[in-house]
Each structure stands twice: as structure tokens, then as C-alpha cells.
Unconditional design. Structure first.
Length: 296
């Protein structure tokens, strides 16, 4: 009987380097939400990949940046708390931006991590070979980095080789999760994230960071064909509420329509989605509200 290998792999890096896109591509399904806005991921999100006689449990962490409120402090804690508890750390760098000051801060933190580190240069399809070479040369100066790999999480270039590299760091261990399970996130949390993703994509830059989404109730009708979902979008200002709703409710309708398609894919049924918008000033500095929205 062949031995089974498994391990936890933390994905870490600055905001918007493609951590969620990479994990979603490897898993083969959308688990972690993606947008062009920085700090899209707020919680530590788990994704499970099953290979032949092995299982990789990915931990997609929030982008590392200087916190400006209690939510920011929570996100920084969520990003760093796994560094000494996993079989491997994947440190992602954006090839189109190179090694910036915020990346140097992450590198400094990683020097003290107990887990091995593999550096991953993402978005190589956006730069020349020479530019990627410069980034790799800088990363190889760090003795704690075991190897450097180049990928494009968007189109899958280099992903197969990356998975093979990760496999080398797995240890003899149990199958932590069933082979048909891809995440431990509760259904209501995934629905909330799907709605928040649409606000990130559709709304102006200054609003999405002040938005939180709570799922009040999910109910499947007796015939099993339709699922009713009731959600609340929280924002911090009355003026933001008007923008989220839009003229004649047009923006809220658009958010709801796009989110409903994703939620229907998740539920496997038709979905009747009802969204209300409420103002809760300063909620990102309220520990009780953060807990209500799933930031434990």
C-alpha cells in the first residue's frame, strides 16, 4: 500500500499579487474572491487540492500592508499567524511591479519563519524575460528561499511545475479532508464573499474597503428548486449607501444579478437573492461587528 502524503501550504505576499487567482486555478474552482482592488481577501481562506496519494491544504491569506484600523490589524494577523505552522510557505511577487518596499518588508518577516519558503514570481506573461530574471536574481540573494518558480496564475503557465514542487514538501500524514471537499468555508460565508466581490468590481475605489456583507438567512423551498438568500451590505457612510443602491436601485440590482449567478452555481438551484443596504459607521473598528461578519 502506497503511503499518503499531506501538508498545509500558506500563500503570502503583498496585496493584489494574485494569491487568490493562483489558488483558484490550482483547485479548479472559485473559492477565494478576486478583483483588481488591493486587499480583496480579508480572511484566511482554505482550499483543498487532491492529487494521487496526496492532499495539499492551501491557506490563502490577506495581502500584507500597514493596518489603518482594527480590520486591517486582523488581516495582518491572519496573514502572519500561519508562518510557523505549515509544511511550506509560497511567497508571491508580482512580476509587473518587481520587488517594492512592501515586498522587502514581507521578506524581512519571512527570514524568521520556521517553515520553508518557495518564492513564486507571478504574472510573468506581463513582462519580459529579462525583467523576470532581475526579480529572480534579487530573490535568490535570500538564503531562506529554497527555490524560485515563475508562473502566470491567470493562464496557468508554470502551475503544473509549481504543484510538483509543493508535493516535495508534503509529509507522511492523513487525508485531512474528504476528496470531494474543496474548502471549509461555510456556505453562508462563501455567499457573502461572492456578493462582496461584485461590489469590489462594480463600485468606486473609495467605497469597497468600507463594505461588509452579512448573510441573514438561507432557506431552500420545499420543492428544492429555489433557494432564498437574504443579505445585508454594510457601509460606513450615508453617501456610500446611495452609491451602492444607485439611481432607482440600478447599482444594487446589478450587484444582485451578478452575485446571484455565482450563488446559483454554488447552490445548484435557482436563487432568489434579496439584498438590503445599511449604514454602520466605523464598523471596521468595531470588534463586535467584525465578529458578526465572520472576522473572528
Amino acid at each position: 500500500m502506497e503511503s499518503f502524503k499531506s501538508g498545509f501550504v500558506s500563500i503570502i505576499g503583498s496585496p493584489n499579487v494574485g494569491k487568490s487567482t493562483m489558488m483558484n486555478y490550482i483547485i479548479g474552482q472559485k473559492i477565494s474572491i478576486v478583483s483588481h482592488k488591493a486587499q480583496t481577501t480579508r480572511n484566511k481562506i482554505m482550499g483543498v487540492y487532491n492529487g494521487k496519494n496526496y492532499q495539499i491544504v492551501f491557506l490563502d491569506t490577506p495581502g500584507i500592508t500597514t493596518p489603518k484600523n482594527k480590520l486591517g490589524e486582523y488581516m495582518l494577523k491572519a496573514a502572519y499567524e500561519t508562518l510557523n505552522e505549515v509544511e511550506l510557505i509560497l511567497y508571491l511577487v508580482d512580476a509587473s511591479k518587481g520587488i517594492q518596499e512592501k515586498d522587502e518588508a514581507v521578506i524581512k518577516k519571512l527570514r524568521t519563519a520556521k517553515s520553508p519558503v518557495v518564492a513564486v514570481i507571478n504574472k510573468i506573461d506581463t513582462v519580459s524575460m529579462g525583467e523576470s530574471d532581475e526579480i529572480e536574481e534579487r530573490l535568490r540573494q535570500e538564503t531562506f528561499i529554497k527555490c524560485v518558480q515563475r508562473i502566470s496564475a491567470l493562464n496557468g503557465t508554470g502551475i503544473d511545475n509549481l504543484v510538483k514542487t509543493i508535493e516535495k514538501y508534503l509529509v507522511d500524514g492523513p487525508q485531512y479532508f474528504p476528496s470531494d471537499m474543496i474548502t471549509d468555508m461555510p456556505e453562508r460565508n462563501i455567499c457573502a464573499e461572492m456578493i462582496r466581490e461584485k461590489t469590489l468590481i462594480l463600485l468606486k475605489d473609495e467605497i469597497p474597503h468600507g463594505i461588509g456583507v452579512d448573510i441573514e438567512k438561507i432557506s431552500v423551498r420545499d420543492d428544492g428548486r429555489i433557494t432564498d438568500v437574504w443579505a445585508i451590505i454594510y457601509c460606513e457612510r450615508e453617501s456610500h449607501k446611495g452609491i451602492i443602491i444607485g439611481k432607482g436601485g440600478s447599482m444594487l440590482k446589478k450587484i444582485g444579478t451578478e452575485a446571484r449567478h455565482d450563488i446559483e452555481w454554488l447552490m445548484g438551484t435557482q436563487v432568489n437573492l434579496t439584498i438590503h443596504v445599511k449604514v454602520k459607521e466605523g464598523w471596521r473598528n468595531s470588534l463586535s461587528t467584525m465578529r458578526e461578519l465572520g472576522y473572528e
